[in-house]
Design a protein around this ligand. Structure first.
Ligand SMILES: *[C@@H]1O[C@H](CO)[C@@H](O)[C@H](O)[C@H]1NC(C)=O
Ligand SMILES: *[C@@H]1O[C@H](CO)[C@@H](O)[C@H](O)[C@H]1NC(C)=O
Ligand SMILES: *[C@@H]1O[C@H](CO)[C@@H](O)[C@H](O)[C@H]1NC(C)=O
Ligand SMILES: *[C@@H]1O[C@H](CO)[C@@H](O)[C@H](O)[C@H]1NC(C)=O
Ligand SMILES: *[C@@H]1O[C@H](CO)[C@@H](O)[C@H](O)[C@H]1NC(C)=O
Ligand SMILES: *[C@@H]1O[C@H](CO)[C@@H](O)[C@H](O)[C@H]1NC(C)=O
Ligand SMILES: *[C@@H]1O[C@H](CO)[C@@H](O)[C@H](O)[C@H]1NC(C)=O
Ligand SMILES: *[C@@H]1O[C@H](CO)[C@@H](O)[C@H](O)[C@H]1NC(C)=O
Ligand SMILES: *[C@@H]1O[C@H](CO)[C@@H](O)[C@H](O)[C@H]1NC(C)=O
Ligand SMILES: *[C@@H]1O[C@H](CO)[C@@H](O)[C@H](O)[C@H]1NC(C)=O
Ligand SMILES: *[C@@H]1O[C@H](CO)[C@@H](O)[C@H](O)[C@H]1NC(C)=O
Length: 470
């Protein structure tokens, strides 16, 4: 469970990153867009029957696949420091809001950073972000890896080939992060979001959230498998299954994993969808269904109240962000369950207050992000609206109208590919004369599109910041 202290630190990193978004993303180039989480149904992708309105989305996905790939491969062994285990293959991230207090350690010479980390007690400073957290960025690397695998798999699927640069990228990235004997991560999160100091040096359960992007990786791998990609060989598949089985075992037996899935807020939602996706990867379909059902019959029951609000998120320092963040997790949970058990009905599943995921979105749509000074986060709701509209339908056109007003170029967003049908109006600009190839994208790549994508990029940078610590 998160403490109020942690909540406030989430806001700090959110704030810092939002202050300078264009350090990371410029508005005049097509930026990279990431979603906090999603599961893309591999059967839909493999069928390849994309609406002729999805050309802009396909173009964005290909562009993101290329730009992400240029910064890979990633490995936990790239970081300049080693986890307290001494094993450079251990994943590691620091609790970002704790600072060393060296006043009582009686040192006679100046301590090196490494000495400070283990010698000085660490104290939480509400609202102050310790910048040295950025010296270790396994979390950012995994985040990029997750998106790279998903978008490269989609780009691969568009090509209708058995091998391409995109699938080769995925194999290279999966090998480097997971499987290579020199660079592959050990299957545990013993040092994720760890505290430092003489009594620290161990991870905290909130660190399990660091790997929530696994859902995207699983989506990508399932696509390669189903398309019989020749680069995704039986050998690499078997190795990845073996790695994942060990990691599942850690998640299900280590107290950090157990405690994280026992969280009642978004941490629990993301923990369950990570685990459900991992079970799909190891071909344990009943196990995946069980995990998702445990979520829907468990913590989901308390997550949406009778007015559609999410009290566990609404109480946070960035309530607009957190409502949308947990919405993304709930949507991902429902997609995973529906995929693993097509007879299931997660979208109609009600909480103990009698409400559904749609009710949570409808309520969130009435929230003005400016009321909590979260105007920068407005874009976080867009993919949630697209997901709900494409799943429940949009009989009175209110979802499309919202997107049309808030972000008219939504058809260029990557998830427009799989959040279909999303009918109507200028969000569904037709850009291609057929469903499988890319359009001449004049309409999609004009100045206004870049402006729109620039806006979402700001939201994304905010998301990445929150992802890192919350
Ligand atoms: C160590 O001791 C020196 C001298 O007392 C002091 O200036 C310094 O702040 C202390 N801490 C570190 C981290 O060096
Ligand atoms: C992740 O990708 C972003 C955007 O491309 C980049 O700025 C950042 O440096 C990357 N981080 C890592 C660790 O690869
Ligand atoms: C994919 O390629 C196969 C032959 O390799 C062809 O039969 C099929 O029609 C193609 N599919 C699409 C959607 O172009
Ligand atoms: C999940 O599996 C366990 C062990 O078989 C079982 O006790 C439990 O009832 C199952 N939960 C759900 C929701 O299916
Ligand atoms: C639902 O949750 C919100 C946020 O905590 C709260 O303001 C509202 O009163 C709750 N509604 C009900 C009916 O409990
Ligand atoms: C929120 O504030 C921004 C600028 O501060 C403004 O552009 C936007 O229209 C506001 N949104 C709402 C819903 O009032
Ligand atoms: C909800 O249940 C109804 C009745 O079974 C079904 O027609 C509908 O498709 C379900 N909604 C979703 C979003 O799956
Ligand atoms: C989208 O907005 C434009 C005006 O900006 C309007 O002409 C169009 O009817 C709207 N479409 C929908 C589906 O709301
Ligand atoms: C796209 O498909 C729709 C029917 O699904 C058709 O009415 C429309 O003309 C098509 N647009 C283009 C540009 O081919
Ligand atoms: C789709 O249209 C493009 C040109 O826009 C063309 O090159 C391609 O062959 C077409 N594909 C199919 C399957 O018709
Ligand atoms: C796309 O269409 C526009 C206007 O019709 C044209 O000027 C441009 O050259 C075309 N671009 C490509 C790559 O075909």
């Amino acid at each position: 469970m998160l403490t109020p202290t942690l909540f406030s630190i989430c806001s700090v990193s959110l704030f810092l990153l939002v202050q300078s978004p264009f350090k990371f993303v410029r508005a005049d180039v097509q930026p990279f867009t990431a979603y906090p989480n999603d599961f893309v149904d591999p059967d839909y992708i493999v069928a390849g029957k994309f609406a002729n309105t999805t050309g802009g989305a396909q173009e964005s996905i290909i562009s993101w696949a290329k730009s992400l790939s240029s910064s890979g491969p990633w490995s936990v062994t790239n970081k300049p420091f080693t986890a307290p285990s001494g094993d450079k293959k251990d994943y590691m991230s620091w609790a970002p809001y704790w600072w060393p207090d060296c006043s009582g350690v009686g040192n006679t010479t100046e301590l090196t950073p490494e000495q400070i980390w283990v010698t000085c007690p660490y104290v939480g400073r509400d609202g102050q972000f310790n910048p040295d957290r950025l010296t270790i960025d396994d979390i950012g690397a995994f985040f990029n890896l997750s998106d790279a695998v998903l978008y490269n798999a989609l780009a691969f699927a568009f090509e209708n080939k058995s091998s391409s640069e995109y699938s080769q990228n995925i194999v290279k990235f999966v090998n480097a992060w997971f499987l290579d004997s020199e660079t592959g991560m050990n299957p545990n999160l013993n040092y994720a979001q760890m505290n430092r100091g003489p009594n620290g040096q161990v991870g905290t359960h909130t660190g399990v959230l660091d790997l929530k992007g696994f859902v995207k990786i699983v989506s990508g791998i399932l696509i390669l498998r189903k398309l019989k990609c020749t680069d995704w060989t039986d050998a690499i598949d078997a190795q990845m299954i073996a790695w994942t089985q060990k990691y599942i075992n850690w998640l299900e037996t280590n107290h950090l994993g157990i405690d994280e899935c026992a969280s009642t807020n978004n941490h629990g939602s993301f923990c369950f969808n990570q685990l459900a996706a991992l079970k799909l990867l190891v071909n344990d379909i009943p196990g995946s269904v069980n995990v998702s059902n445990t979520y829907f019959h468990g913590i989901y029951q308390g997550q949406i109240n009778s007015t559609g609000d999410q009290p566990l998120e609404a109480s946070r320092t960035h309530p607009y962000h957190y409502r949308n963040y947990n919405l993304a997790a709930m949507i991902t949970n429902a997609r995973l369950l529906k995929y693993a058990d097509p007879t299931s009905d997660p979208w109609n599943m009600t909480t103990k207050a009698g409400t559904t995921i749609k009710d949570a979105l409808d309520m969130t749509m009435t929230v003005d992000p400016n009321k909590s000074d979260e105007g920068y986060a407005v874009g976080e709701i867009w993919p949630n609206i697209a997901a709900i509209a494409s799943t429940y339908g949009d009989p009175d056109g209110k979802y499309v109208a919202f997107l049309n007003k808030s972000y008219p170029e939504y058809a260029s967003d990557g998830d427009f590919l799989w959040d279909q049908p999303l009918a109507g109006g200028s969000v569904a600009v037709s850009t291609s004369s057929n469903g499988t190839t890319l359009p001449n994208s004049t309409e999609q790549s004009g100045a206004s599109t870049h402006k729109g994508l620039g806006v979402i990029a700001v939201a994304i940078v905010a998301l990445v910041g929150s992802v890192a610590v919350c």
